[in-house]
Design a protein around this ligand. Structure first.
Ligand code: PMT
Length: 223
């Protein structure tokens, strides 16, 4: 792909882990498959690709640099360090929105009948990139929503200053977390919407990058 060739594509993937104490954490079901499929698809199209991955059980694809992180704050730090040299930022990670306000040192003792863990909002990694995006840089996100959440996805496209968002749901079989398939609806800034059928995550990644390439070619990012 002459447009993606040589571009630096940064992809976040997988879950994050937010420590409760030395042995426990808050996390989610993300396997990293969607993000890794995007990274491979971008590499195949000639891009230079950096993955920033939370804890996943996937091998690092050939030719791709993978920065391994655990928490949202670590993922944010790794992303910020790459901002300047990033042409296309794709947020496929399921970042924990909240972390325990204070991680307990050692191991929380069992005993009390109920206990509360106070949570603190995490940085929004994708919104951070979107907010500082320069002409020529593209910001692409995902929105994981209930089946009727298309409007929420559009809201995220706006509020995070994205060029493209991929709406997907955890409520339909074969979609969302884990597994090898997904059903994406691609929504562009100009309102163009493409509801893709159920397909493998590799195929979906290909479709996403086709759209990214077209947008980049047409606009040169947000110029
Ligand atoms: O990893 P898999 O098992 O293959 O599953 C794929 C997936 C379901 C995780 C993926 O397709 C997906 O939808 N990823 C985004 C999940 C998510 O956290 O969605 P969200 O609607 O909460 O977040 C919106 C966007 O903001 C996402 O691009 C997310 O990466 C980003 N975000 C959210 C919160 C935060 N603190 N920082 C972020 O960067």
């Amino acid at each position: 792909d002459p447009i993606l060739s040589g571009k630096h594509v940064v992809v976040t993937a997988g879950p994050t882990r937010e420590k409760i104490d030395g042995v426990r954490f808050i996390s989610n079901y993300s396997s990293g498959r969607m993000g890794f499929a995007i990274a491979r698809a971008a590499y195949r199209r000639g891009a230079r690709v950096t993955l920033i991955a939370g804890p996943v059980q996937l091998p690092t694809p050939e030719g791709i640099v993978c920065i391994k992180v655990e928490s949202a704050r670590e993922m944010d730090e790794a992303a910020r360090a790459l901002y300047e040299g990033t042409d296309i930022f794709i947020g496929a990670a399921a970042v924990a929105d909240y972390r325990p306000l204070e991680a307990v040192e050692g191991k929380l003792k069992k005993g009390a009948e109920t206990m509360a863990v106070q949570l603190q909002l995490n940085p929004d990694i994708l919104a951070g990139f979107g907010a500082q995006k320069k002409a020529g840089q593209l910001a692409v996100g995902f929105a994981l929503e209930t089946a009727g959440g298309l409007l929420n996805a559009k809201g995220k496209l706006e509020s995070k200053n994205l060029d493209l968002i991929a709406f997907n749901t955890f409520e339909q079989p074969g979609s969302g977390f884990e597994g090898d398939t997904n059903r994406l609806t691609l929504i562009e800034r100009n309102g163009r919407t493409d509801a893709l059928p159920l397909m493998t995550k590799d195929e979906a990644a290909g479709k996403l990058l086709e759209a990214v390439s077209r947008i980049m070619g047409a606009e040169g990012g947000n110029a």
